[in-house]
Write a protein that binds this ligand. Structure first.
Ligand code: G3P
Ligand code: MG
Length: 246
């Protein structure tokens, strides 16, 4: 197993605080900090010109209203699109953030981050390299070391090879049969699983093997309480404020 990562709190804001502000925007990071969250999760991918942006979908349309693929659109053009109006009028004018802009906001608030790498099709390795490059160049000493996660095994292999010391988590929906071999091979310290696919027994098996286990996306405190009771280390939530009252 890999060296131990930094302490990670029990509640992590999902895409910033996506229940309260447009997901993955700087407004969403600010909101998470305002709520008292200590760590946020957000998604990253690359533009046509290889810039790393904070964005979930391969397609631009759901968030910006513009048809097209992130991977086929240059950063400059993406930055002209509105990324907040879809969520609420008061967020009109919010832009798609670069990873570097997000890091600056994290630094301003002292927020830790689980940086999910979500490569567009056929860009698994290139996206992994691009994110690592930014993190090596721009991650501030003042923040806890980030945790990188991905559903994409090739991406995690790339991160492992390029930056072995960067803590990694494998993201899955259900826990696959070969989960332990995967974590071992990728040098991951944690497994991040969709909450509805967890049982007390499954949590126990992963925890007994010495890995951290986190669950997404958990938006009700009763569910969080159940998961914590099973030994889940943290939950990733659109409404971290609902869970923090526990
Ligand atoms: O990292 C946990 C969660 O964000 C994974 O799913 O689709 O919300 O990025 P998704
Ligand atoms: Mg995500």
């Amino acid at each position: 197993m890999q060296t131990k990562s930094t302490f990670i709190p029990k509640i992590i804001g999902h895409r910033g605080a996506a229940g309260h502000a447009p997901e993955n925007t700087l407004a969403s990071m600010h909101k998470a900090a305002d709520l008292g969250v200590e760590w946020v999760e957000f998604d990253t991918k690359i533009t046509k010109d290889g810039a790393v942006i904070v964005f979930h979908d391969d397609k631009l349309e759901r968030i910006t209203g513009v048809k097209g693929d992130v991977a086929k659109t240059a950063l400059k053009e993406i930055q002209t699109f509105d990324a907040g109006a879809w969520f609420g009028e008061e967020f009109t004018g919010e832009r798609v953030a670069t990873l570097e802009q997000a890091i600056q906001v994290l630094a301003d608030h002292g927020l830790g981050a689980n940086i999910e790498i979500k490569p567009s099709p056929r860009l698994a390795r290139k996206t992994g390299r691009a994110v690592v490059d930014v993190l090596i160049r721009a991650w501030p000493e003042t923040l806890p070391k980030p945790l990188v996660s991905s559903f994409n095994v090739q991406t995690l292999e790339t991160v492992r090879d390029e930056a072995p010391d960067l803590a990694r988590a494998l993201l899955v929906f259900k826990i696959p049969r070969n989960w332990q071999a995967l974590l071992n091979n990728l040098g991951c310290v944690a497994l991040h699983v969709q909450a509805k696919h967890l049982t007390a027994k499954k949590v126990g098996v992963v925890k007994d093997a010495g890995y951290a286990l986190r669950a997404y996306t958990v938006n009700e405190s009763a569910e969080a309480e159940k998961l914590f009771g099973w030994g889940v280390d943290a939950v990733i939530s659109d409404y971290p404020d609902r869970i923090m009252v526990l």
